[in-house]
Design a protein around this ligand. Structure first.
Ligand code: PLP
Length: 381
């Protein structure tokens, strides 16, 4: 394979580090469904790297190596979902440890954290993402062990300064973990800004085709936290299936093209609908009047992502009506696929959600931006 470190991330992603199948010379890697691996007559493993399918699978290597390279990390691990990846970090903490996380973040993880911390002797402190000083005021020296951030924050797209969060976390002896599902390494590499661990719901942009549930972690260094995480994946067994790992490495080959197209279209849509008579707000970090725009310009490279939200002047009813009237956008939860999705976020998150009821979340895919604009125009009319 040779040293490929001189290559640009775009080439690394398209060629998947050129990991040609060593058995056959196949350009596309093999799928390894085997749950166990054979020993020879001297009871030695035929390939010392592989013993049992829950420890790891040769098919994980392609996506893990490519992702570690794209994120500028030292190692990566695939998981059976984004939630399983996040949980492996939290389960590595000790009872009594404290976690600080944003009030606005992926709701499923926030809800799980609230319940899990209560039951497992951890303390969770939530901070306000709209207040730039809130994180520093919320951490507790010696007690906070993990600072968790997501940026841009789903679904208001507030932007958190990763370098500032890393300084705060490291200043009190905590790890900084970043859910980077939305920007992906195409737009932001949190490790370069000081993060210790990067988490992805690989279900979204990394795979990109709404046909795999997967998660991934990338570490800056293989330290004691990473060792515990590796052990948790092996022993608790939240591993990805071999076919899903194969689909994921295939999806990642077009990551750069998909993200760039989504960014371009999202920007065009945000600019087109900003100031629309029926809208209270267009929430997109690429708009100069977005409160996180300046930080986003510093830490997002080449675009502001494919996610945006709109808030309706007419409240919850009118938000639901817009979603129902769409014909090109698909009504479904999730994000990061090639097809554009639209959803009324409060209906999904439920009564405990801090999300405004008039908010509609939009994931921009790779369709013609003209079709998407025309569809939203008619839905908003
Ligand atoms: N993080 C973000 C930002 C998400 O949007 C999601 C899922 O929607 C997750 C994490 C959880 O990932 P998964 O659904 O792969 O478990």
């Amino acid at each position: 394979m040779g040293n490929k470190s001189h290559l640009t991330p775009e080439t690394i992603s398209a060629q998947a580090l050129n990991q040609i199948d060593s058995m056959t010379g196949g350009l596309s890697p093999a799928i390894h469904p085997s749950s166990t691996f054979v020993r020879d007559e001297n009871y030695q493993l035929i390939d010392a790297r592989h013993s049992y399918g829950r420890d790891e699978n040769p098919g994980f290597a392609v996506a893990e190596k490519v992702l570690a390279e794209l994120e500028g990390g030292s190692a990566a691990l695939l998981f059976s979902s984004g939630m399983a990846a996040a949980m492996a970090i939290v389960q590595s903490l000790q009872p009594g440890d404290r976690i600080v996380a944003p009030k606005i973040m992926y709701w499923g993880l926030r809800n799980w954290l609230i319940k899990f911390c209560e039951n497992w002797g951890l303390r969770l402190d939530l901070f306000d993402t709209a207040d730039p000083d809130a994180l520093a005021k919320t951490v507790d020296k010696g007690k906070t062990k993990l600072v968790w951030i997501e940026t841009p924050c789903n679904p208001t797209w507030d932007v958190i300064d990763i370098a500032a969060a890393a300084e705060i976390a490291h200043g009190i002896g905590a790890w900084l973990a970043v859910d980077s599902t939305v920007p992906t390494p195409v737009l932001t590499q949190p490790i370069k800004h000081g993060a210790d661990i990067v988490m992805h719901s690989a279900t979204k942009y990394l795979n990109g085709h709404c046909d795999v549930i997967a998660g991934a972690l990338v570490t800056a260094k293989e330290d004691e936290l990473w060792e515990r995480i590796c052990q948790i994946r092996t022993e608790a067994g939240a591993i990805l299936g071999s076919f899903e790992a194969w689909l994921l490495q295939r999806g990642m080959r077009t990551l750069f093209l998909r993200i760039r197209k989504a960014c371009e279209s999202a920007m065009a849509i945000a600019e087109h609908f900003e100031g629309h008579a029926n809208l209270k707000a267009v929430m997109y970090p690429g708009l100069p009047n977005h409160p996180g725009h300046e930080i986003a310009r510093r830490q997002m490279d080449g675009g502001f992502g494919g996610m945006l939200s709109i808030r309706m002047k007419g409240g919850a009813d009118s938000a639901l009506a817009v979603v129902k009237r769409c014909k090109v956008f698909t009504r479904a939860t999730s994000l990061g696929g090639v097809e554009s999705l639209i959803e009324h976020r409060y209906s999904i998150e439920g009564k405990r959600s801090p999300i405004p009821k008039d908010l509609v979340r939009i994931s921009i895919g790779i369709e013609s931006v003209d079709d998407l604009i025309a569809d939203l125009e008619q839905a908003l009319a």
